[in-house]
Design a protein. Structure first.
Length: 259
């Protein structure tokens, strides 16, 4: 997955007003529509997923604003909340985006496009749109792991300050990163922050992008990562935390409860 960018952030780090609204389950919002060229991805091999964002006139949109250093964030998640991918597509001159996907296992998925464009008045419009996607074959469903305050990724240990949240309430979450029992202090900037956190709701696959506190300055982040969390629905959510060390992007996953 790409982990670098030379583009400036959108007005620095995004505030909550810059974050997409809603649960990300609609294909169309505010006159803009997410239009994939296919709803199927081959199993067991890397693939390119192409799509366009169209406006109210049906024409492809080609003007976008950087959001956390990228013009487009693309997510793919399987219906059992496994198989998470987060990549950054590139856009051709005709408005066609191409997302490079790693090999996916059979099952039903949801693909999300997160971006900031502008309406007719020139006002920025942050959106999260999605469509269903199928990977052919017989799926092997993975049971959702129980809620936890710990997670692992590539030898790194993550400890959460809480795994229980209240519906629709903004709460602070601290994630402490360690390795071999020692605090990690060499986190590198990834998307202009030291940690990127995305959450998906069990059942309907509603998505929430959780706002990080602070900006990244140099390769010395950690051991604590702080986020502002607001999860809109009760139930179980699967959190995917991405962070970078030594030029390598790591992804940890943990289940939390909202009620």
């Amino acid at each position: 997955m790409p982990a670098s960018s030379s583009m400036p952030a959108h007005d620095g780090m995004p505030g909550m007003d810059d974050m997409p609204t809603g649960d990300g389950l609609a294909a169309e919002s505010a006159g803009f529509r997410f239009v994939p060229t296919t709803t199927s991805v081959p199993a067991g091999q890397g693939a390119s997923f192409t799509f366009r964002i169209t406006g109210a006139d049906g024409r492809p949109v080609t003007a976008f604003e950087p959001d956390q250093t990228k013009l487009m964030h693309f997510y793919l998640i399987r219906s059992d909340l496994a198989g998470f991918q987060h990549v950054h597509p590139t856009m051709a001159g005709d408005g066609t985006w191409t997302a490079p996907l790693a090999a996916a296992t059979p099952g039903t998925y949801r693909a999300y496009a997160s971006f900031i464009t502008k309406d007719a008045s020139g006002k920025p419009v942050p959106l999260m749109l999605s469509q269903g996607v199928t990977v052919p074959g017989t799926p092997e469903t993975v049971p959702l792991p129980s809620p936890s305050t710990t997670a692992q990724a590539d030898g790194y240990g993550l400890s959460l300050s809480s795994n229980r949240f209240m519906t629709g309430m903004r709460q602070d979450l601290t994630v402490t990163v360690s390795k071999d029992g020692k605090p990690v202090t060499d986190l590198q900037p990834y998307l202009d922050t030291y940690g990127h956190l995305t959450a998906f709701h069990e059942g309907d696959l509603a998505i929430a992008h959780l706002h990080p506190h602070g900006t990244a300055e140099g390769d010395h982040g950690g051991p604590e990562l702080k986020f502002e969390v607001m999860l809109p629905k009760a139930g179980s959510w699967r959190l995917f935390l991405q962070f970078q060390t030594g030029g390598v992007l790591h992804t940890a996953a943990v289940t939390v409860t909202v009620g």
